[in-house]
Design a protein around this ligand. Structure first.
Ligand SMILES: Cc1cc2nc3c(=O)[nH]c(=O)nc-3n(C[C@H](O)[C@H](O)[C@H](O)COP(=O)(O)OP(=O)(O)OC[C@H]3O[C@@H](n4cnc5c(N)ncnc54)[C@H](O)[C@@H]3O)c2cc1C
Length: 323
């Protein structure tokens, strides 16, 4: 079935984003016989397709993110969900019973409900080689990739709570962890700093930054500049974990949906937002843990809550007609 179908229909639900949260919402909504459209800025799969191997998705042993995304897409399509990839949202009118979404291809779709799942991205260092070695030595997720670096010497970049907590957790796998941080002090809570500083498996390169990533098929070494002296050293390593912040893809929602100071979507327990009929799920919402499993769980809750809302709306309209 082609990704592109009728371009100006009315839907029961429009899901924005085709990562695990959006695809799960699409599966549940279309299986409930609700006319559902998923729109995705990029290729279907979201961050999953950047993942070489997913080893922690229960029930599926060692599958590539690309394969898992393909299965989820197939399931959604089989239940009648429409999917449009490589289109982004230009304008969103979420208030009122009739919602409207204008897409980058110029089309406008309307719906009774919206599920927002635009995900997010890790902040990058933006230095040479970083794009080349993503997933081949560079990681932004200790829970996802720590195991691949068992008995290896690795680097953790960053000085906030995530960096220090993840550095400690990575000592379960790595033989040595070196934290590279640009300042002479950390921006983390005292207990996290103490735990990292007292850990025998962790050492520190303060006032330093990575300036380049090098290797052949996989990462082999990095260059590190001391920001005080300007001295550059070559450092042999097969693994670098970067924890310098996370950016939700919610720029297009500013002024339309309540976002917190980090740009994350504020949701209630049932994934509803402050606007009736608008729900959100996955990495873009305000929460602590970001995984495929948590995105799938949020997507389920959002879809079930949206189904409930759509049912109530139908009942209300029937009562108005018969009154
Ligand atoms: C390198 C890497 C490895 C990882 N490994 C693992 C792992 O092994 N195990 C694990 O559990 N988790 C892993 N994760 C985390 C996991 O991939 C994410 O937590 C999960 O994909 C989040 O799902 P999501 O649906 O919320 O968002 P995403 O996967 O980010 O999907 C968001 C979707 O929204 C679309 N979108 C964004 N903005 C717009 C817009 N304006 N209009 C239309 N569409 C839009 C995007 O194109 C995308 O389709 C990894 C992440 C990375 C980056």
């Amino acid at each position: 079935m082609p990704d592109t179908m009728n371009r100006s229909k009315h839907y029961d639900a429009i899901v924005i984003g085709a990562g695990p949260a959006g695809l799960t919402a699409g599966i549940y909504l279309s299986r409930a016989r609700l006319r559902t459209l998923i729109v995705s800025e990029g290729t279907v799969g979201g961050q999953m397709i950047l993942t070489h191997e997913i080893a922690n998705y229960p029930g599926v042993e060692n599958i590539s993110g690309y394969q898992l995304a393909g299965i989820m897409k197939k399931q959604a399509l089989a239940f009648g969900c429409e999917i449009r990839s490589n289109v982004s949202v230009r304008n969103l009118e979420p208030v009122g019973e009739m919602k409207s979404v204008t897409l980058s291809d110029g089309s406008t779709c309307t719906s009774d409900s919206i599920v927002l799942t635009p995900g997010g991205r890790s902040r990058t260092l933006g230095v040479p080689g970083e794009d080349n070695f993503k997933g081949r030595g560079i990681s932004y997720c200790a829970t996802c990739d720590g195991d691949f670096f068992t008995n290896k010497e690795i680097i953790v970049v960053g000085g906030g709570n995530s960096a220090l907590e993840e550095a400690v957790s990575l000592t379960k796998y790595a033989s040595k962890v070196t934290i590279v941080h640009q300042f002479d002090h950390f921006q983390a809570f005292e207990h996290a700093v103490e735990e990292a500083e007292n850990h025998p498996g962790i050492r520190f390169l303060m006032e330093s930054t990575i300036t380049g990533f090098y290797g052949n098929d996989n990462l082999e070494h990095v260059t590190i500049r001391n920001l005080k002296s300007g001295r550059i050293i070559n450092y042999k390593t097969n693994g670098v974990f970067i924890f310098i912040g996370y950016v939700p893809n919610t720029e297009f929602l500013k002024g339309r949906i309540e976002l917190n100071k980090w740009g994350e979507i504020v949701v209630h327990e049932d994934m509803s937002t402050g606007i009736q009929g608008v729900f959100a799920a996955g990495d873009s919402i305000a929460k602590r843990f970001r995984q495929v499993t948590t995105a799938v769980g949020d997507g389920t809750v959002a879809a079930l809550a949206a189904s409930g809302y759509l049912h109530e709306l139908k009942v209300k309209h029937k009562q108005l007609i018969s009154a």
